[in-house]
Write a protein that binds this ligand. Structure first.
Ligand SMILES: NC(=O)c1ccc[n+]([C@@H]2O[C@H](COP(=O)([O-])OP(=O)(O)OC[C@H]3O[C@@H](n4cnc5c(N)ncnc54)[C@H](OP(=O)(O)O)[C@@H]3O)[C@@H](O)[C@H]2O)c1
Length: 387
């Protein structure tokens, strides 16, 4: 029986992980769950997994969960970042699934790796902000990361057996709901239009990031660290059908492609059963669905947000940390309908222009840059926009 913690269990990826586990309950024991403020879902999951401790983002949410059932009081692992770290150490699981959103995932990622535990990583922000730190760790520690992001899961499938012969890695991007439209025509798009992703059903932040191709930029950073591969040999192609998730070009001229249904339960299964390959219980990718696959070059100048992300990683140091923090704030403000869609790009641009990048040598450097970015945005924008 594999003992598993699900961080972000109430979110889109977290719930898919629960789905996979429930298909085969004898194989897994869920020993810990963590979420933000979703008290209803957490209470439901605590009933589903009677052996699990839990942690919520703040004390009020922990108390609200306890209010649902007095027995839950005995299952509190802690609160917030400290609580998640404590739960990881105290339960000493075989696998931590990090399905948190944002930089909230970074400390749990570092803690999981530091105790030598396997990490199924969906939280790309861990690598965007902490990639320099994590990649400087022992190679064995990096080997404990199992990619869950679909493109990275797909690359790892293609790479099996081919390390050292790889010329180029190509990530596919659906292009999002506005593929083919000029950026200037997107000024007044609504939150609902942005959230209407053509091929994937995901959490709100990653869906907004996808519509601007910020997400694809973050995935380039993620691939760079996960596979220790140079940035200039990681490329992106637009593929609106989202059936091919990546290509890997080998030095012998072969171009390997990985196809699968756009269903996150597949990479999650792969992580949960790792290293075994397990039958997929849901719809396979039928051949009818791959009759008309299209691929278009991605022109960086047409996607200013993608370009900003790539410039941030090329600059390195604390710059991607600042980009991530501002993106989190700006996407939040957009989702609350306080700013327009394209303001997300303006906010990132203004913060990156003002930031003086510093080296990252420890976690504090990252947290300090994150704080700097959040302070910068609150100094430059009114409270009514930010709350
Ligand atoms: N969804 C996808 O298909 C997909 C695909 C590839 C990669 N990813 C990546 O996977 C990660 C999760 O994405 P998602 O779409 O599943 O996000 P989501 O639906 O928004 O879920 C996020 C989860 O994190 C929890 N959370 C947020 N802030 C927290 C905090 N400060 N402390 C503790 N828990 C916190 C949320 O709790 P509440 O529910 O209580 O708010 C929720 O359980 C992201 O990094 C995303 O880029 C997602």
């Amino acid at each position: 029986v594999k003992r598993v913690i699900i961080l972000g269990s109430t979110g889109s990826i977290g719930k898919s992980a629960v789905d996979v586990i429930l298909q085969d309950p004898g194989e897994f024991e869920v020993v810990g769950l963590a979420a933000g403020k979703n008290v209803d879902k957490m209470s439901e999951q605590l009933d589903m997994f009677p052996g699990a401790l839990f942690c919520m983002e703040d004390k009020e949410s922990v108390l609200a969960v306890e209010g649902r059932n007095s027995f839950y009081r005995h299952r509190v692992a802690g609160v917030g970042q400290d609580g998640m770290e404590k739960m990881i150490v105290d339960t000493s699981p075989d696998l931590v699934i990090n399905a948190l959103v944002g930089i909230a995932g970074l400390r749990p990622t570092l803690k999981t790796l530091s105790i030598g535990c396997q990490l199924a990583l969906a939280n790309k922000e861990s690598l965007v902000t902490g990639g320099e730190l994590i990649s400087a760790m022992d190679k064995d520690i990096m080997g404990n990361i199992i990619p869950v992001d679909s493109e990275h899961f797909s690359i790892s499938r293609c790479l099996r057996g081919y390390q050292g012969e790889v010329e180029e890695v190509i990530l596919t991007a659906s292009g999002g709901p506005f593929f083919g439209r000029d950026m200037s025509s997107l000024r007044d798009v609504t939150v609902d239009e942005v959230l209407d992703h053509p091929t994937w059903s995901m959490g709100r932040k990653v869906t907004v990031d996808s519509a601007l191709l910020i997400n694809k930029g973050l995935e380039v950073i993620e691939a760079h660290y996960l596979f220790d591969f140079p940035l200039d040999r990681i490329n992106v192609v637009i593929h609106p059908q989202s059936k091919v998730h990546s290509f890997v070009r080998l030095s012998d001229g072969s171009l390997l492609a990985h196809l699968s249904p756009p269903d996150m339960r597949l990479p999650l299964m792969s992580a949960l059963y790792y290293p075994e390959i397990h039958p997929f219980h849901w719809d396979d990718l039928s051949l009818e669905l791959i009759q008309n696959l299209e691929f278009y070059p991605l022109h960086r100048e047409q996607y200013p947000a993608f370009d900003l992300v790539l410039r941030a990683i090329q600059q390195g140091g604390t710059t991607p940390v600042v980009l991530n923090a501002v993106d989190e704030l700006a996407v939040g403000a957009f989702l609350r309908r306080r700013i327009g869609f394209l303001d997300i790009i303006l906010w990132i641009d203004e913060a990156l222009s003002a930031h003086r990048p510093a080296k990252i040598e420890c976690l504090d450097n990252i947290l300090e840059a994150d704080r700097w970015a959040r302070d910068f945005i609150s100094r430059n924008h009114s409270e009514s926009v930010l709350n």
